[in-house]
Ligand binder design. Structure first.
Ligand SMILES: [Zn+2]
Length: 423
């Protein structure tokens, strides 16, 4: 299978240089980026007037939580979780999770996301939804043992079962990731088990230092910060992808940099739940790889990575009173290259030899003209709805705004029905 994208403005290479060029894709790779490519291709997409960008990488979400969008807003994290989100989640079975994930996947595809990291339950239903839509996914069963040995054994069993399930699927776009929920919901024994499995080269995702209360609780319980705790358990490695990292001190930042951990910044969620402002400047200065995520739709309340990029840029400028922090290229790097680095993917850049994961954005719109600076427009002016086509692993997932693998109307009806009957 080959695809030729003709006549677009390509955000090319590591430097994100806008270049007028055609892009030729063969199999799952970008093979040529040049003007006037005359090669034959199975599919030709007219990209004139469009900007072709590396697919966005949502490094932290909970896709089925689209079902809980707008269910309980304007509450602190613990009250929100304990009184609203967890009780609602107890009503969600495999079927509900499947439709919720499909809704999330459609939303992500339509806003330019090609790869996402997901943590939830009934994850085989999420995998089924991913196969339908065709995004690249890293799926983890969210382990929570609350220090209970029986529960821990059950969580380990479910994790192992799901890992085997993903292996047997044999789809290169669908990957397994270990997903202990957080240092405050998982016992050291549980985290140690995860660390042992991670030594086999399996990626890990976890929530880390999200709120001030979490740091206080972990310090009281273990006499260490959450970062120090995970480090003492051997859980901080280059394969660790930790969401939030809001409450970190300089010593934590140094540990994270030394261990080559990725922190996933989720600005919308942190602002909405009033968790705090992640110390982006400090982490970047320490040399930490910082990626970007939306978190679940219940705390965002959408999965639009273009919006998330704008929020990063604005939040850190106003917070530090420094407009030079989080410039457009840096933010785009967080949403692409840094996510790819975390996941060990040769992606996040449009260049020969890289994975053909990219999005085509319609720039013939009033809010995206004149074309003074396409990267600036992407971060500060574009919206999810501007994305027209999406290619993942050399396969067309969305064409002219339509996600091909799924009946969108049916998904919208199903989730409405779930809202009425189940939630
Ligand atoms: Zn989360």
């Amino acid at each position: 299978m080959s695809i030729l994208l003709r006549g677009g403005l390509v955000i090319y290479g590591e430097g994100f240089e806008p270049v007028r060029a055609d892009v030729l894709i063969e199999g799952d790779r970008i093979v040529r980026v040049a003007r006037g490519i005359s090669a034959e291709a199975d599919e030709v997409i007219d990209a004139s007037g469009r900007v072709i960008i590396p697919g966005l990488i949502n490094a932290h979400t909970h896709s089925p939580m689209t079902l809980l969008r707008g269910l309980a807003d304007d509450l602190p994290l613990m009250e929100w979780l304990q009184n609203y989100i967890w009780p609602a989640e107890r009503k969600l079975g495999r079927r509900e999770v499947y439709w919720g994930a499909l809704l999330g996947l459609i939303e992500m595809a339509k806003s330019g996301t090609t790869t996402f990291v997901d943590m939830y339950f009934h994850m085989d239903a999420v995998a089924e939804a991913v196969m339908k839509v065709g995004l690249r996914a890293f799926l983890g069963y969210g382990m929570v043992d609350l220090g209970n040995e029986e529960k821990r054994k059950a969580e380990i069993r479910e994790t192992e079962r799901f890992m085997k399930f993903i292996e047997e699927l044999g789809d290169r776009r669908i990957n397994f990731i270990l997903a202990p929920h957080a240092p405050y919901t998982c016992s050291p024994e549980c985290l140690r088990w995860v660390a042992e499995r991670a030594r086999e080269g399996i990626l890990v995702t976890i929530h880390l230092a999200e709120t001030r209360e979490e740091v206080k609780e972990i310090k009281e319980r273990y006499g260490m910060t959450p970062v120090q705790l995970l480090d003492s358990l051997g859980l901080l490695t280059p394969g660790t992808i930790a969401a939030h990292g809001v409450w970190l001190d300089e010593r934590d930042a140094k540990i994270l940099a030394t261990r080559e951990v990725t922190i996933v910044h989720c600005p919308a969620s942190n602002m909405k739940l009033a968790s705090g402002v992640m110390p982006l400047k400090m982490l970047l200065k320490a040399g930490v790889n910082v990626a970007l995520g939306t978190d679940g739709a219940a705390s965002n309340n959408n999965l639009d990575m273009l919006e998330e990029m704008k929020l990063v840029a604005l939040l850190h400028k106003v917070h530090t009173l420094d407009p030079t922090v989080a410039d457009a290229k840096m933010v785009l790097r967080m949403a692409t290259v840094h996510g790819a680095r975390a996941l060990g993917l040769k992606a996040g850049i449009i260049k020969e030899g890289y994975l053909a994961d990219l999005a085509v954005i319609d720039f013939r719109r009033p809010h995206l003209r004149p074309l003074n600076d396409p990267v600036s427009h992407l971060v500060y002016s574009a919206r999810g709805g501007d994305v027209e086509d999406l290619i993942v692993a050399g396969k067309i997932v969305m064409l002219d705004g339509e996600v091909l693998g799924v009946d969108e109307e049916k998904v919208l009806d199903k989730v409405e029905n779930i809202r009425e009957v189940v939630i």
